[in-house]
Every structure is written in C-alpha cells, then in structure tokens.
Ligand binder design. Structure first.
Ligand code: CO
Ligand code: ZN
Length: 331
C-alpha cells in the first residue's frame, strides 16, 4: 500500500485541475471493476454490483488538493497569487510550487526583514523570470505544492496532500478487497472539495445512493497544545459525529460503530468544531441522503507536511469493507 500512497500523494491535482491524479485513479480502479466512468465535472465513478435487496452505498473521497493561482504578474516577472482552497499563508514562505505546465517556482514575501505573519497580498511566486515577457506562466495559471512523500518510521507517513489522497487510497483498497458485497457500492473520487465540496453533490444527485460515507482526514489532539478533541494518530479511524458543516446521520454513526466493535477494530469518535467534507454536500442532495464520514486522523492538515498513521489507514479499509459488504439497512 505504501507505493500506492506515494504515487497518489505526489500526484498533481489542485481543485478543477485534477487530470493527472484522475488518470491514475481510473487506471487503477479498472483493474477491479469494468464499470468506471467520469462525469461532466470530472468525478470518477466506479460501481460494483450488489445482491438483491441490498442498499446502494456510496463511498466518496476527494482527489483535488489545495493550491494557488496567478492573479497578477509584475514588470519583473514576479507572480502574485490567490489561493485555491484553505491555504494558510504562514505555510507559504519558502514553499515550492509546480504549475500545470510543469514550471516550478518558490514563494517569497515582501519586506523580508519584517517578523509578522504575511497576508496573501505580501506573497509572490518567483519562477526564475526577470521580466513579465519571459515569465513562463500566465494569469490564471494554477500551481500545486511540491514536497516528496516521507515515511518517518514504520507507521508515520508524511505528504503534501494526505488530504485527501489518503482517502483516495482507502477507496481503492476497499474496492480491491470487496468480494460479492451485499450492497451495490459506488466509489466516487470527487473533484473540487477544497473549494466548497462542489463535486460531491452532483455525483450523489446523479447516482442516487441510499447511504453515503465520505472518507477524508480529520484533525488531532495529540500534538503540543493540539486541538481540543479526542482523536489521536494510530488509535483507529474516526467515525464522524459532527463537524463545522454537518451532523452525521446518527443511524450511520451507529452502523459504523457496531461494525467496528463486531470486527474488534479500533475506532475513535470525531467531534470536530470546524471544517467539513463531501458528506455535507451529499446529505442535502435530492430529497436528502443519509450521510456520514470515516476520517483518517491527520496532523498538520493544509500544511506541506500532513501526517497520518498507516495503521489507521489499514483499519479504515477493513472497517469500510465490512460496512459495505454486509447488510447496511439504517435503523
Ligand atoms: Co482539505
Ligand atoms: Zn479533505
């Protein structure tokens, strides 16, 4: 699984520019099901048939990542930027970016001697140009962050885009593990989550699932003065109860919890005071679709070094495989 994680987290794919990661996912998903399609927005949808009387369960993880866009180029070829998704400016100084056309750049800041936190207006990308005329990128060009995958030890994995390529891996591994599931399972690798869960609603509207489980990352409490919550790295995947955008369907929370207990899998309960996931969008699609989320605990979210624990990923795959393979009627 480590090779797959490395391949996905190093792939390029800011919101709406997911082509490279999408091509990888399509090729990989086709190894396990013939039914792989792409919708009008670019969501990848793979289906596995279920048994008669089963539910239609959607698993969804977003393949886009945060990034930046060029908003202005000055006479000396320095590019001003706008963010794509929740990019924190304090992570940007000295960071490296890669544009869709392959051009690389580094991020600098105005008044470099000043010690206060920068705002976006203070930051620029230096692509090595010396004038606007020789700048190899243009207005509206998009860039993602560059950072190689890092395995710190047996279980601690670090990357620029664990959010949410690790969810993309969990979906693929679940697809791989499925054998004659009781439910029809629809796997969606969605676009544009980071700019407001924009891919998920159309995907759920179109495929009409009975239940949706998003797979995304959540914050942790286990760093010095970390978030006030009860999620730690390595203690199991987290079953979302609520986040800043939704209350997970209580019946689905119960189903996931019961299945974790039945399989003796470690799990944690996620009560996150901010943020949200694709499940928020699917919950309010059509006449409403019961939705929840299984979260992979992740330190340093939306920084170039997002950290997860491999055991949480493996246990997440086991739990999801059980949940979608067995009777999933909500009660
Ligand atoms: Co995110
Ligand atoms: Zn995410």
């Amino acid at each position: 699984m480590i090779d797959l994680i490395q391949k996905y987290v190093e792939a390029y794919g800011p919101s709406a520019y997911e082509d490279a990661i999408r091509a990888m996912i399509i090729a990989d998903a086709k190894q396990y099901t013939a039914d792989v399609t792409t919708d009008a927005l670019g969501n990848v949808i793979a289906r596995v048939a279920g048994k008669k009387g089963g539910q239609r369960v959607m698993l969804i993880a977003h393949m886009d990542e945060i990034g930046v866009m060029v908003s202005h180029i000055d006479a000396n070829g320095f590019c001003r930027l706008m963010r794509i998704g929740g990019v924190n400016p304090q992570t940007l100084i000295g960071n490296r970016v890669q544009f869709t056309n392959g051009v690389m750049g580094v991020i600098g800041v105005d008044n470099p001697g000043k010690r206060s936190l920068p705002s976006y207006d203070d930051l620029f990308i230096d692509v090595g140009a010396s004038s606007k005329a020789d700048c190899p990128v243009g207005l509206g060009d998009v860039a993602g962050f560059v950072r190689p995958f890092l395995q710190l030890n047996e279980n601690r994995l670090v990357a620029k885009s664990m959010d949410d390529r690790i969810g993309c891996v969990v979906l693929l591994e679940t697809l791989k593990a499925l054998k004659n599931p009781a439910n029809e399972v629809i796997f969606v690798w969605s676009v544009q989550e980071e700019v407001g869960t924009r891919g998920a609603g159309p995907a759920a509207y179109h495929t009409e699932p009975d239940i949706v489980i998003a797979v995304d990352v959540t914050a942790t409490s286990d760093t010095p003065k970390g978030f006030k919550m009860d999620v730690d790295l390595g203690k199991g995947p987290a079953i979302k109860v609520r986040d800043g955008g939704m209350l997970a369907d209580p019946r689905l929370v119960r189903l996931m919890r019961d299945q974790a207990v039945a399989a003796s899998l470690p799990y944690q309960m996620e009560i996150l005071p901010f943020g949200t996931t694709d499940a928020r969008a699917t919950q309010v699609t059509r006449g409403g679709i019961p939705s929840g989320c299984l979260s992979i605990p992740c330190r340093y979210i939306h920084t170039p070094s997002e950290m997860v624990d491999l055991r949480d990923v493996q246990n997440g795959v086991k739990l999801l495989t059980k949940v979608v393979s067995e009777a999933a009627t909500l009660k």
